[in-house]
Design a binder for this molecule. Structure first.
Ligand SMILES: *[C@@H]1O[C@H](CO)[C@@H](O)[C@H](O)[C@H]1NC(C)=O
Ligand SMILES: *[C@@H]1O[C@H](CO)[C@@H](O)[C@H](O)[C@H]1NC(C)=O
Ligand SMILES: *[C@@H]1O[C@H](CO)[C@@H](O)[C@H](O)[C@H]1NC(C)=O
Length: 164
């Protein structure tokens, strides 16, 4: 119950942020829950960003490559992702919130396209975030949950992350 209130509050807060923020850039926000401590989630994410630095992992297509780590700590991670096909750049951030009552971790991920004229992104910003979560195996962590919607994450429901 408490968890639910906390989540709803987060989603409402993110919705407000979205309205306040400039609507001219394609962007996406996602909230994830993991039943594992934030420091483990952080290390896993950072390792995945580093592992996908070069183009090598995209030889058979997709966008699981060309990530660049900019800042890493247990509670905040910043990175860039360059699209292999369009050269467009997305700015990513992950903010990690440890649960006060258990060893769970809540993560708020944000991706924003640097290109201001790109209003439809085919779910690029969603995939840039979710590819990392998926590729790192974090989707298999106990208690994994993902929350987002079309208001805070452009074209999320139709995104094909094996392409973008
Ligand atoms: C921004 O996106 C538009 C539309 O996709 C594209 O035509 C343009 O070349 C892009 N600009 C940059 C600087 O990448
Ligand atoms: C989105 O997909 C359409 C159809 O495949 C394509 O024409 C368009 O360039 C794509 N836009 C981006 C930003 O990738
Ligand atoms: C996503 O794209 C891949 C590669 O083009 C394709 O094989 C797959 O069918 C697509 N998935 C969906 C759900 O459209």
């Amino acid at each position: 119950m408490q968890m639910k209130t906390w989540l709803v509050a987060s989603v409402v807060f993110l919705g407000i942020m979205m309205v306040v923020m400039d609507p001219m850039q394609a962007q996406c926000k996602v909230i994830w829950l993991f039943g594992t401590p934030c420091r483990e989630v952080s290390v896993t994410l950072v390792n995945q960003i580093k592992a996908w630095k070069s183009k090598d992992n995209c030889e058979t297509g997709g966008e699981r490559c060309l990530y660049e780590l900019q800042f890493a700590s247990t509670f905040f991670i910043k990175a860039l992702h360059t699209s292999r096909l369009t050269q467009n750049v997305e700015e990513l951030s992950f903010t990690l919130y440890p649960s006060e009552t258990s060893s769970a971790c809540r993560v708020v991920g944000v991706s924003v396209s640097e290109n201001w004229s790109m209003l439809d992104d085919n779910g690029t910003n969603y995939c840039t975030l979710s590819n990392l979560i998926d590729g790192s195996g974090l989707t298999k962590v106990e208690g994994f949950k993902e929350y987002t919607n079309e208001w805070i994450c452009l074209e999320h429901s139709t995104a094909n992350c094996s392409i973008y």
